[in-house]
Design a protein around this ligand. Sequence first.
Ligand SMILES: [Zn+2]
Length: 484
Amino acid sequence: MAQNLPVLGDTAREELSPLMERRLGEQIMYIVRRDPDYIEDWAISEYLNRLGNKMLDARPDARGEANFNFDFFAVRDPVLNAFAFPGGFIGFHSGLILSAQSESELASVMGHEIGHVAQRHIARMLAAQKYDAFIPIAALALAVLAARSSPDAAIAVATGGQGLAIQKQLNFSRDAEREADRIGFLILRDAGFDTNGMVSFFGRLQNSMRNYADNAPAFLRSHPLTSERIADIQGRVADQRYKQVPDSLDFLLTKARIRVLQDSGAQGLIDARAWFDQALRSGRAEDLVMAYYGLSFVAMKQGLHSEALRYHKLSSSIVQKSESLAIQARASCMYICLELEIKLAAKQYDDVIRQAEPAMKELPLSRGIVYLFTEALLNNKSPNRAENFLRDQISLYRTEPKLYKLLARTYAQQGKQALQHIALADEAAVQGGWSAAIHQLEIARQQKDASYYDMSVIDAKEREWREVHKEELAAEKKQSKHAQ
Ligand SMILES: [Zn+2]
């Protein structure tokens, strides 16, 4: 981790620019995505991003002057916490999502975190530091990353006094918290959620703090909750008309998936199953759909495919009895795709391909069906069809790392080695992993099947990336020389 460290450079001396802030965020995410606790589940990230973008669309000014593309994600961690990284990256612990009793509650924390990003609180804290401007971005990234869960870890990560200085400042000030609450409240209200959700959830978080004594949950440590803050929020809510907002089906299904994915070990799956069995006692149709969906997902993870399909049928029989659930289910990729996921796991690739095609037309924006369809094509040994499909997808979604990863697998299946490594280079590049990207180009260049045309693509990409990221790559070179 110590090598390949880009530096902030001169430009950051006075202020962390929005561009630099974004790069810092990308560097952090590059590390986070490789963490085993990062929940790589397209359905959950699709849900969180849809919810987050719904909130941002209600208050476009919350995107800030830099107009960041936000990225919302989940990590496996039972501690009640949510956190924002510079540049618009917002993470939720599985424990926090599971403890949200309503979608409005989850949205209230999301609004608060968006408020921190909109006001560039972390970026401003970093800019206000008196640290050496040549502290590597990756070291800053690690410091920010470590500080989110353990205040002491940041000190160990960055060197000497610098790390200490950064860590001290990473606890938001009271003013920053109030500002994030205020913005979060406006977003929550304008996006049509129940603003009481903010009072109830924050109040519950504060109560839970009493059980922790000195060991307060991280959300409360990094976002200290005071009675004064809660009173402030209560004051704002009092001016609002009471509004009942039903939870979306996807909110319930997201919680079901997280309950399974937070611990997919043998015992974790048994525990999740017991929890869903218990939930079957509820009289509410929504709870039953969620419980059968969860049981189906657990069975799939346990390799019990016919049982998984049976539970899925049980959940759809309940869905069909309720008009509102049926409407939501038809529009929910998370719901529709579970059947495809099970069939993919059961190696019924023809079925997946046949069912995915009309589903993609039905839900053209869903990314999940795209991945499942491609997986089925690759497993069905149809790489040529997968290649054409992925090229079309990439022309629409140029910055989606997963598409390049699938394309690399496709080329590997076709035995096209140079192209495989070009795709891997693209996968790293769209995530800001410049040194990994350039390294993959080097490998591509050495492949025997690299055509004249491939070589010119490789050269053009390398030129472009080196030009745009001159500073970071030069610093890496210096660092690696130093390390030798
Ligand atoms: Zn906060």
